[in-house]
Design a protein around this ligand. Sequence first.
Ligand SMILES: [Zn+2]
Length: 204
Amino acid sequence: MKLMAMVILAGLAAGQVWAADGNKGGKEIVTAYIWGEENVPFDVRSRALQTASDVFAEIGVSVKWRHKRPAEGQAQREGAVAICIAGKTGGSSQQTLAAARPYEGSAITIFYGAMGWASQQPQLARMVFAHVLVHEITHNLQQVSQHSRTGMMKERWTKEDFAAMQWKPLSFEPADVELIHKGLARRAEQVAANNTALVSSTTR
Ligand SMILES: [Zn+2]
């Protein structure tokens, strides 16, 4: 009971409402800061964000997009995801679509420039961008560095995967979904602990 109250308090403090118990049909809410959006054509990014939201909604996770760069440390404190969209390609490899740092829990960089090959086909560009968003946010939420054999969390999508995703988003494997929910629960606890520390340090 005490823990639940803490989790709710933490959610309110962070401007979010976490489902206190993910299994009661309630939705878990994730805040995602996103900036650098000017590097992606409007039509591509707006539909891609919608698709990404839909994919997460299917597994009971609601994404609240915040279109700005968070202050230093803010995303971490709030348990939010932070996504920077770079127009360039990803340094060492032209094919690197994104980089996530799962253990740091907050920063993702997406290299939209590396998706140039898709830019002549708007539907493909939208879906590739949506899949990269979902894939990287998932790494971030799971807080583990792992890939699956099929679908959304595959390490490298094939030509067939790119063709398929234009019609219907790729799926998560059941283990991916389980790791997301576990990661979200851990994240909520961390935010609660952070806020408790904050409250005790400000009331001292
Ligand atoms: Zn990956």
